[in-house]
Design a protein around this ligand. Structure first.
Ligand code: SAH
Length: 345
């Protein structure tokens, strides 16, 4: 039988577990507080040694460990390679914005979605992360930086809606007043477009921002870049997004990675504006991303001028579009590349 995964527990569950060990409830509250701060068992100073030994023997405390850290000299962005307790590594990024600190977390070790421009999927998926392992990335980063994290983007390695239950549990834990209490309105869940997951998420009563990785406005092009489009094509995806907005009142956001010669022509911009105007019928936002070059894929980004032209075309057609600021450009801060390099060593 597997040992209880205590970092994935709610405070109530943790109390029940600690009581079942014959300890007092206040010990659970102490333990829970330490876990939310990313503290290893050996450093939980106000817990009796015997209790800590018991926890070490009877629980699976899956606190990630910082395996590697790169700090951008340009903007203070910090990229972490986080080692899980079984040795699997994922990436997390700490970013400073004027409105506060945001962390980009991973939700799977690897990915099985197969997007052709993405480094995270090159070796497939090793396993899902538990809710606690996703939360642990944030706890460890707050401890390491000594700074409060106010926002989260689930845009690291993995597909959140392909790890649905752990993602939803994570969202409830991280936003709980018993835990780190990060507002759901400051959390983005990014998906390549798994429609059943989008539908389910709209029923959870979680006011997160849904972010769709679109990257192309016609099925032929999108399927060639993202195999998932063969299963969940664009028209159905647009319907799911519209329903998501109607049900939650939350504006859906679209990510569009610009890839030279693939999806960055004037015609592509027109098709994109057209698609969203007809498909969404509500407010939306387009986040243009400059492709981060992954050597294995052979794709390249357009130049800055080309990207600005693309954005201006969209804005001229009445769309709300911005080019994402590139933080940490000197440290390879797009996800998937560190895990990949690490696994090659
Ligand atoms: N699986 C989720 C979240 C992880 S990827 C999703 O697909 O949305 C986060 C974003 O980065 C996605 O929009 C993804 O398509 C994009 N992305 C992946 N590889 C990239 C690269 N090399 N350059 C720029 N963006 C990339």
């Amino acid at each position: 039988m597997s040992k209880p995964d205590i970092l994935s527990m709610t405070l109530e569950e943790c109390r029940e577990f600690v009581l079942s060990l014959g300890e007092k409830k206040f010990r659970a509250d102490q333990l829970y507080g330490w876990m939310q701060k990313g503290t290893p068992l050996t450093e939980m100073k106000n817990l009796p040694g015997a209790f800590r030994d018991r926890l070490a023997a009877e629980c699976d405390y899956r606190l990630p460990e910082i395996a590697k850290k790169q700090v951008s000299q340009k903007d203070g962005t910090v990229k972490y390679l986080m080692r899980m307790t079984d040795g699997e590594c994922v990436e997390s990024v700490f970013m400073r914005y004027e409105h506060g600190n945001t962390v980009c977390v991973s939700c799977q070790a690897g990915c099985r979605m197969g997007c052709r421009f993405c480094a995270s999927t090159l070796r497939g998926k090793a396993r899902d992360l538990t809710a606690g392992e996703i939360l642990g990335q944030i706890a460890v980063i707050q401890r390491d930086t000594g700074e409060r994290v106010g926002g989260i983007v689930m845009m690291g390695i993995g597909e959140p809606l392909d790890n649905y239950d752990n993602t939803v549990r994570f969202l409830r834990l991280i936003s709980s007043p018993d835990g780190l209490n990060i507002g759901l309105r400051h959390i983005s869940v990014s998906t390549c477009g798994l429609i059943p997951g989008i539908k389910k998420l709209s029923e959870e009563g979680l006011p997160v921002t849904l972010s769709i990785s679109l990257h192309a406005a016609d099925n032929e092009r999108r399927s060639s870049l993202m195999p998932v489009n063969n299963k969940y094509p664009i028209a159905e995806l647009m319907t799911a997004c519209r329903e998501y907005f109607e049900k939650t009142g939350r504006r859906v956001s679209f990510e569009y990675t610009l890839i030279s010669g693939e999806n960055d022509s004037e015609k592509d911009a027109r098709a994109l504006a057209d698609l969203l105007k007809k498909g969404i019928k509500g407010p939306s936002h387009i986040n243009l991303i400059m492709l981060n070059k992954v050597d294995e894929t052979g794709f390249a980004a357009p130049d800055r001028k080309g990207a600005e032209r693309f954005r201006d075309l969209l804005c001229d057609m009445g769309m709300n579009a911005t080019i994402r600021r590139r933080l940490g450009s000197d440290i390879d801060a797009s996800c998937g590349q560190l895990r990949l390099k690490n696994s090659e060593n």
